[in-house]
Write a protein that binds this ligand. Structure first.
Ligand SMILES: *Cc1c(COP(=O)(O)O)cnc(C)c1O
Length: 400
């Protein structure tokens, strides 16, 4: 079967809730993927940063195989021999006293929201059910009904109401808008330190610090959704650390699995995490030994291969050289570490056609909204590979 045959079958039998580039990937290794016809591509999306460690990392693969031979799931009705070590290693690496494992990112966000509401009623003593959580316009936190309830993207939500109340939207990056939204019933502010799906949108310098200060002054929890920005993507373990902010609650996912198996987690200190009582929250697959073994290996790779440092080094190099491309289509290049957005001018007629052209030349990147191309390769990328990619990106962005 050829790529076109797979595409035809997929389009006939699968729901059309995505608009993928027409490349049928059969195999991946490191920063590279190969299609059915054997063509090689540089992966500059990394499955939305689920692949910070690169495709099919051998150490994570062997952890997966070894654990799969022993026991894969016990359910949390019983204990298993991987989960405690996962908790301990995650705590050692992140500095948070406790964590709660889930599977997808959206589930971890829902978990954090439940934790915030419990804290609001039992610690801050906000009257039942008056809890307000401040979120930002342009946010992306997942696809559940509660989460799309506070999306500002009408396309994500319009046909999916009625919506979950209790969320207040403010302008991202605008501290006075946030200050004005605070009421005695505000329990938390939840933000992405850099908005990924909005198009790699960085808030003004100092914004996260100011948000944290407002939270501290008003007894409000700061929740950072680091599902995409965390685990090294921006050149720090967490993007909040660029402004020396330690959120009260951190949500991680994506690269926590090394791309093998969905694992997400909510991190917090004991005073907050202890609010969950047995039976109040859970997940059949969350914390299973296969996922825990995979996540332990994924964290080890980030640490042992110094991926955080490499992200910062290679990201700076990549961005500097992208900035040298003399393309009249480019409006702005922004980012931190290997999390880079190239925003095109509206006259460029959309980012999609450039992504399709790069695909023909062996680079996979994905447009984000209309006008942004996101470059977020696996954090294992080296300078030689970036040097290979830059002329191709330049040539593509110089197209008429
Ligand atoms: C991807 C993402 C999510 C949702 O994660 P899923 O695993 O797709 O449910 C939530 N927040 C951010 C910032 C993300 O990038």
């Amino acid at each position: 079967m050829k790529s076109t045959d797979y595409i035809a079958i997929e389009d006939e039998y699968g729901a059309h809730n995505y608009h993928p580039l027409d490349v049928v990937i059969e195999r991946g290794e490191g920063v590279w993927v190969y299609d059915i016809e054997g063509n090689r591509y540089l992966d500059c999306l990394s499955a939305y940063s689920a692949l910070n460690q690169g495709h099919v990392h051998p150490a994570i693969l062997s952890a997966l195989i070894e654990q799969a031979k022993k026991v894969t799931i016990t359910s949390r009705a019983f204990r298993n021999a991987q989960l405690p070590l996962f908790y301990k290693e995650l705590s050692d690496m992140t500095g948070y006293e406790m964590s709660l494992p889930m599977n997808s990112g959206a589930e971890a966000v829902e978990t954090a929201l439940k934790l915030v509401r419990k804290w609001a009623y039992t610690v801050k003593h906000i009257p039942h059910y008056q809890c307000e959580i401040i979120v930002a316009d342009g946010n992306f936190h997942g696809r559940t009904i509660s989460i799309v309830s506070f999306s500002s993207d009408t396309f994500y939500k319009n046909e999916f109401g009625p919506f979950t109340p209790g969320f207040i939207n403010v302008k991202y990056g605008d501290i006075s808008s946030l200050q004005a939204a605070v009421t005695p019933n505000t329990a938390a502010v939840m933000l992405e330190p850099i908005q990924g799906e909005a198009g790699v949108v960085l808030p003004p310098e100092g914004y996260l610090r100011q948000v944290k200060d407002i939270c501290d002054q008003n007894n409000i929890l700061f929740v950072a959704d680091e599902i995409q920005t965390g685990l090294g993507r921006t050149g720090k373990l967490f993007a909040s650390q660029h402004e020396d902010v330690r959120p009260d609650i951190v949500i991680i996912g994506k690269a926590l699995s090394g791309g093998f198996y969905p694992v997400s987690a909510v991190l917090a200190d004991r005073d907050i995490m202890s609010l969950f009582l047995p039976g109040e929250h859970g997940s059949t697959f969350g914390g299973n030994p296969l996922g825990a073994a995979v996540a332990r290996a994924a964290l080890r790779v980030i640490r042992d291969e110094k991926l955080v440092e490499n992200s910062e080094k290679m990201g700076t190099y990549f961005k500097e050289h992208l900035e040298e491309i003399p393309s009249s289509h480019i409006k702005e290049i922004r980012g931190k570490g290997l999390f880079i957005g190239v925003e095109l001018k509206p006259e460029a007629r959309g980012a999609r056609r450039f992504c399709e052209a790069m695909k023909e030349k062996g680079i996979l990147a994905k447009e984000t909204h209309e006008n942004v191309i996101r470059f977020a390769p696996p954090l294992i990328i080296d300078q030689k590979t970036i040097d290979w990619a830059l002329p191709i990106i330049a040539e593509t962005l110089m197209m008429p």
